[in-house]
Design a protein. Sequence first.
Length: 243
Amino acid sequence: MDEVVKSLKKIINESNKIVAFTGAGFSAESGISTFRGAGGLWSKYDPNIYANINVFLQDSTYYWNFFKDERYPVIKKAKPNPGHYALVKLEKSGKLYRVITQNIDGLHQEAGQTGVIELHGSTRKINCLSCGKVYSMDEAYKLLEKELPPKCSCGGNLKPGTILFGEPLPQDAVDMAKIASKNCDLFIVLGSSLVVFPAASMPRIAKKNGAKLVIINIDPTPFDEIADIVINGSTSKILSEVI
Ligand code: APR
């Protein structure tokens, strides 16, 4: 085990209230594309068209084609990876306080994680904008096989449970994430480019409140300079090694 991973193991052993902050890189090893960088989803789908609330409210066919062709088939097939199970183990040890995730795939919960804060919503819940009825991902997919955009039984339009660009984040999730970031003694960033706000403000909140900051990400991030440890490597490989 190399020196930097040894020091990560030491910091985890010394910590009692750990927050794990996950991004698309954490689910990459479950077969779900990340957004940015080479081969990222946003290099194939323009987020200003396929993931923007104003476009969605005018013409939701862009989003629903993206859901039908890309999001649903990939997330439906995806399974939790060793990184997800390592965090469940850390939770069972009593050291993991909260998981704050930007991911909408629900894989943390599928691995058995509790106390997950979903800052960007979830693709596993789809809501009717008229009557509020909630559909599962599979039910919505069945509906859009009949018609696109899919309609609720009340005739209303359906909207994904994911937060689209231009849409405010769920306030309760933001509040809980801020509280967790303020009250942890170790904040671990796992697989995020840390360029999307307000989610990316959490590492700085944690650092400001005295927590140690660790970043495990293949590419450099804008927060590396304030981190105590930076490891440019695979989240599931390193977590499986230290936990
Ligand atoms: N292990 C560690 N890091 C990885 C791995 C891996 N196996 N695979 C990719 N990465 C890193 C990449 O280096 C990249 O910096 O994960 C990062 C993923 O960054 P983004 O694609 O920008 O994803 P994320 O930070 O989660 O994006 C934030 O932006 O598009 C919106 O709402 C969307 O929640 C998302 C938000």
